[in-house]
Ligand binder design. Structure first.
Ligand code: 5GP
Length: 192
């Protein structure tokens, strides 16, 4: 998605450890117009897939997921990272190692919101080593729901996430695919 690539080039900064900082439009401040267009792009790609729900992870997946949910007319569920007092049992859980925080978090979704006949679209802000998406796939499997698509805002194609997740056979649609990150610049994967 050209607009997103422009945002990344103009506003993104590269941190140590191949981490891209995009706090000014995705991870801290949110650009609603960009979110709207990204939601439309996800919806367009998966409109014929019979999606019944979108599942993401708090917090940075929520904004793109909600805009996609709005366009597809389906609810959005976000996996919570810490158990809150209102989320005590009847949970599907999985443990996810965070690439940026270098720590493991348990993620949880209430059993009340996933049905065995659901057709899910998973959305996240980044695909790096694939751990977050694998955690969501595990939760989906526990519920019996089928994952029919994965939507990623920024894929770091030089890390192992895509290869790992592609093994599941679920189609992955990334709005921007980064081939390399360095202090000299950001290169995108060219698909044509
Ligand atoms: P994975 O589980 O695929 O290794 O990493 C995905 C998660 O790590 C995303 O949900 C995102 O929060 C975080 N992440 C991974 N790489 C980056 C990065 O380069 N920049 C930012 N801002 N977050 C990242």
């Amino acid at each position: 998605m050209q607009l997103l690539e422009n945002y990344i080039r103009e506003k993104g900064t590269v941190l140590e450890g191949n981490v891209l900082k995009v706090d000014s439009f995705l991870n801290h401040q949110i650009d609603p117009e960009l979110m709207d267009k990204m939601g439309e792009a996800f919806a367009e790609r998966f409109r014929e897939a019979g999606i019944t729900k979108i599942v993401t992870i708090e917090s940075s997946g929520i904004a793109p997921a909600v805009f996609a949910g709005l366009k597809l007319g389906v609810p959005v569920i976000f996996a919570r990272k810490k158990k809150s007092v209102t989320l005590t049992d009847n949970l599907y859980t999985s443990t996810v190692y965070s690439y940026t925080k270098k720590e493991s978090n348990e993620i949880a979704v209430s059993k009340a919101f996933l049905e065995a006949d659901d057709r899910l679209l998973l959305i996240d802000d980044f695909l790096a080593n694939g751990q977050a998406i694998i955690g969501l796939l595990e939760i989906a499997e526990m519920s019996g729901a089928e994952v029919v698509g994965i939507g990623i805002v920024i894929e770091k194609s030089f890390q192992q996430g895509r290869t790992l997740v592609e093994k599941t056979g679920v189609p992955i649609y990334s709005l921007a695919r980064i081939a390399s990150l360095s202090d000299k610049g950001i290169e995108f994967v060219r698909e044509d």
